[in-house]
Design a protein around this ligand. Structure first.
Ligand SMILES: NC(=O)c1ccc[n+]([C@@H]2O[C@H](COP(=O)([O-])OP(=O)(O)OC[C@H]3O[C@@H](n4cnc5c(N)ncnc54)[C@H](O)[C@@H]3O)[C@@H](O)[C@H]2O)c1
Length: 265
């Protein structure tokens, strides 16, 4: 068998939609035995049936549920080579997150529970299995908005900033025993929940102006995540990889040569 992930058992947590669904399809293309795990059972089933993966149900907020997912995957395939954890409720953030001064405690807690505690559960139970195997790769999902300031989503940026810190410290703890841990940081990606922003021409041009290159599709961060799962990234751990069409590399589209008068020089 050939391909980037030939014969590898890879779980895509949050694989029922968006970046995770793209990753599941690409993982199968690349030769993996892929498992699509999601809280949305129907969505996981549809993506899995569409690409030839298995489907499993999980709620990353529940320790017991993530533990059971790992047990189910090991019962099916005897090992787990990689996990790409991308699960998130985009509507929870887009509709409810706020600037800290207006942020209800219940929303703060629900976003931290999903993003931060969910990541803890995934790293704990997948990490335990990978330590037993003495090999494995965990890829987490943060965001470019946790690397530079973004107003109005203070719970999300706090939680994803925590994911970045966890990536480094968990990698430091696990990698000496063969388990790599990395994170991808996408900026705006055209996924089902984000697509409506692009339908508004004014909003589309604002989003485009934040990037140097065309708006990413779900496949773009998915390809990076799959590379990090693969043996080609065998030397990479504790890394935070931006995948952002240039979003974090500049302050705004402005040519300084146009605003500075340099004629006197
Ligand atoms: N789309 C973007 O513009 C963008 C930008 C930066 C970062 N991200 C990050 O990328 C990841 C994927 O985003 P997306 O846009 O593909 O999202 P999406 O909503 O399309 O997919 C997320 C999936 O996670 C699942 N999920 C939600 N809660 C869950 C839970 N408790 N347990 C298990 N599964 C659960 C959903 O059912 C869904 O299938 C997220 O972590 C998000 O923060 C996305």
């Amino acid at each position: 068998m050939s391909g980037l992930l030939a014969g590898k058992v890879c779980l895509i947590v949050g694989g029922g939609s968006g970046i995770g669904a793209a990753a599941a399809r690409l993982a199968v293309r690349d030769g993996a035995k892929a498992i699509v795990a999601d809280i949305a059972e129907d969505a996981a089933g549809r993506v899995a049936a569409d690409c030839g993966a298995d489907a499993m149900t999980v709620d990353v907020r529940s320790s017991a549920s993530v533990k059971a997912l790992v047990e189910q995957a090991v019962a099916r395939y005897e090992r787990i080579d990689g996990v790409f954890h991308t699960a998130m409720s985009v509507p929870l953030v887009n509709k409810n997150d706020r600037r800290v001064t207006e942020l209800p405690e219940a929303i703060w807690e629900s976003i931290l529970s999903l993003v931060l505690t969910g990541t803890y559960h995934v790293c704990k139970y997948f990490g335990q299995q990978m330590l037993r195997q003495r090999v494995g790769s965990i890829v987490l999902t943060a965001t470019s908005d946790a690397l530079i300031g973004q107003a109005g989503i203070d719970a999300y940026t706090a939680a994803k900033g925590g994911v970045i810190a966890m990536t480094r410290s968990i990698a430091a703890g696990l990698s000496p025993e063969g388990v790599r841990v990395n994170a991808v940081c996408p900026s705006f990606v055209e996924t089902p929940h984000q697509r409506s922003f692009l339908d508004d021409p004014a909003m589309r041009s604002r989003i485009e102006a934040m990037h140097l290159m065309p708006i990413m599709t779900a496949e773009d961060p998915a390809e990076l995540a799959l590379f990090l799962l693969s043996d080609r990234a065998r030397y990479l751990t504790g890394g935070i990889y931006v995948c952002d069409a240039g979003y974090t590399s500049f302050k705004g589209r402005m040519d300084v040569l146009e605003i500075f008068d340099r004629t006197a020089d």
